[in-house]
Every structure is written in C-alpha cells, then in structure tokens.
Design a binder for this molecule. Structure first.
Ligand SMILES: [Fe+2]
Ligand SMILES: [Fe+2]
Length: 381
C-alpha cells in the first residue's frame, strides 16, 4: 500500500528548483577562484542573495579572536551592525548542525528582543537597524574541521518566512562554502609556510656567503623590474621575482670552503660550484606550486649563445624567466664587490649588458635592462 494522497508532483517541482539552484551555486563558485579568504567570503555572501530570492537583507559574521563580528552586510548600515558582535561560545550557532554534525540551515522568527538578554547598546543597534521584531532570519554556519568559524544570516521582513526550498539551498550552499573556505585556509597556511621556509633559506644563503649578502633580494627586485619592462603578467612577474630571490639557494649544497673561498676558484672548484643550479632545483622542486620557479632556478646560468651550464641550452630553449634572472644576476654580480675585484659602476655594467646582448644575454631582456629608468633602489652608482 502506498499513501494515496501523497502526490509526487510538487516534490518533483521542488527537486527541479533545487537542481536549478545548485547549478547556480556551482556557477557562483566558478567566480571564487584565486580570491583570498576575505574576498572569497564576500563573494560567497553576495552570491547567496542570488540563490535565496526572498532574502532582503543579510550579514556575514566571521570568528575573530573568539568573537563573531560582522564583516559583510547587505541592506544594513555596517557602522551600526558593527556594534553587534557575540562571543564565540554562544551556543545557538551550534543548533545549526544536524544530528550527524553536518551543516544545517535554521530559521527563526523574531517577534521581539528580550532586553534582559541583550546589552543596551545592542538593543540600540537593533532599533537603528530595524531588527527588533517583525522578520524571519535564515542562517547557516560556515564550519571548518568541526568548528564554526562564520555565519551567514539572511533576513526577510514582514509576514511569512522562507520557503523550504530556500532552507535546503542555503544548507547545501553553506556546506559547499565551508569546503571551499577550508581549502582556502589550508592554502593560506601553506603560503605562510612557504614564505617562512623561503625566508629562512634566503637568510641561510646570506649567512653562508657573506660576499653575496642581499644578492637574492636585489636580483629579485631587478628581475621584477625587467619582467614588467618586458610586459609579463602580474602572476608571471611575481614567479620570476620569487625565482630571483631563490635562484642560488642550491649554494647551500656547495662546500663552504669553495663557497667562501677568497679569490678565484680553481677549475675543479668551479666544476663543483656549477652544480648549484641543480641543487637549487632539487630544493625548490620539493615545494608544490613551484614548478616554474624550479625551472627558472635550474636554468639561471644557461646563456643565450649556449655557452652556459648545466646543460648548454641556447636561445628560446631557455625559459624567459631564467633569462631575466641571468641578466639581473649578472648586473648584481658586476656591481657588487668581490674579494678578487672591486665593484663596477652601474653604467659600466649596463654597457657590458649591451655588449653581451645576443651573446650571453637574450637580446630582448638586454634591451629591457637598457630601457630601465635609472638605477634601482639600494644600489651604488
Ligand atoms: Fe647562481
Ligand atoms: Fe646569483
């Protein structure tokens, strides 16, 4: 027997509508790539209004130092809303989780605010915002690793609440947003970790090799200028600058009596020294996302005319980023004092770059160097 008056048609219509909303969700997620966690939440919040048509106003709270504070809103005065924050351990948010601990959307009807429950300044803020009574609030948490770290709250004023479909859509949306947010946090932690690792590698080279102290930073800055001059995009430019910073990290693998030897290296010592780009590539190649940077570091001593190392690549076979670092590296080396020779002046070094265009240097990169406006900061004349 089956329930005779259980008409499946309305349910199917709701499923269709849910399906449509989910496609909208997926579309909205497409626009969230490459944003940092703050902008990600902002876009995710705005997209929620496209998914829940009844929502008239809303806010997004983020957990900061154990308090939930509003970071985005629509339809409210942010200055007033900012006066409402609440402690992270206030329990009601945890109601927004179902029996299995999965994110659920909840709805409450606000018919009045109990002045005994809220401080006077919060009551004042409610009054100014028009949220003392007469509206429905649909909310869902953003949770990472089982902990609530944000809250999306959407309001519909006047009679009637949100549809069942909207509750479902917000629920799925909050679950997806949480997954993406978790990924974003993970990436940010990774990036911070990279930066720490990169920073310690750079200072380790500086300690090992006092003659080239600050070399990575200067090559990085100069590489960035050259990349811009050559019209590279922002992302590529930063990759070149990072590779410039780290290109010599493999010197950590060179015996210090060779690395720190005062005076010129013997041919056999030079052969050992020539292994440093390979060492750099092995160190940097272990970092996920550093593939291009690794290649640039590996190739920074290859020459346009094929006379470089480790593999004697020539011309366009050498990645452009590596050729940029090659020029920046040489400029910095020429204008820095070495134990066996004094520093050359900037103009003299530039003349050398011009003379070696098409030989050691990629002609376009050499031209970009010659087109640089003056001497980059932090260099002697
Ligand atoms: Fe090098
Ligand atoms: Fe170098």
């Amino acid at each position: 027997m089956h329930g005779g008056n259980d008409d499946p048609a309305p349910r199917r219509r709701e499923d269709d509508a849910l399906y449509d909303s989910l496609s909208l969700i997926i579309d909205s997620l497409d626009n969230l790539h490459g944003l940092d966690k703050h902008d990600f939440l902002g876009h995710a919040f705005e997209a929620a209004f496209g998914l829940i048509p009844e929502a008239q106003k809303g806010s997004l709270y983020e957990l900061q130092d154990d308090r939930y504070v509003p970071v985005f809103c629509r339809g409210y005065d942010m200055a007033v809303l900012s006066r409402i924050s609440f402690a992270g351990d206030e329990a009601f948010i945890d109601f927004a989780v179902d029996e299995d601990g999965r994110i659920a959307a909840s709805e409450t009807r606000i018919t009045g605010r109990d002045p005994l429950k809220f401080p006077a300044r919060t009551m004042d803020a409610f009054r100014e915002l028009g949220t003392l009574s007469g509206f429905s609030s649909l909310y869902a948490p953003i949770r990472v690793d089982g902990r609530t770290c944000g809250l999306i709250s959407l309001e519909k004023f006047g009679e009637g609440g949100f549809t069942r479909l909207s509750r479902k859509v917000l629920q799925y949306y909050a679950r997806l947003i949480s997954e993406f947010y978790a990924q974003r946090l993970f990436q940010e932690r990774q990036t911070m970790l990279y930066k720490d690792v990169v920073g310690s590698l750079v200072s380790a080279i500086d300690v090992l090799d006092r003659y080239t102290e600050g070399h990575g930073k200067r090559v990085s800055d100069l590489s960035r200028l050259l990349a811009r001059e050559l019209g590279l995009g922002a992302r590529e430019t930063e990759a070149v600058a990072t590779a410039g910073l780290l290109h010599d990290v493999g010197k950590l693998g060179i015996p210090s009596e060779i690395l720190r030897k005062p005076g010129r290296l013997s041919p056999s010592e030079y052969e050992v020294m020539k292994r440093h780009p390979g060492h750099s590539a092995r160190i940097l190649g272990a970092i996920r996302g550093f593939e291009d940077i690794t290649t640039m570091a590996l190739r920074h001593h290859e020459r346009w005319d094929g006379g470089g190392y480790p593999d004697g690549l020539a011309g366009e076979a050498i990645p452009l980023g590596a050729q940029i670092i090659q020029v920046a590296d040489s400029l910095d080396a020429m204008t820095s004092t070495r134990s066996y020779r004094p520093a050359r002046g900037w103009d003299e070094a530039m003349a050398e770059v011009g003379a070696c265009s098409g030989g050691q240097f990629h002609p376009a990169v050499a031209a970009a160097a010659l087109a640089l406006d003056g001497i980059p900061d932090g260099r002697g004349t």
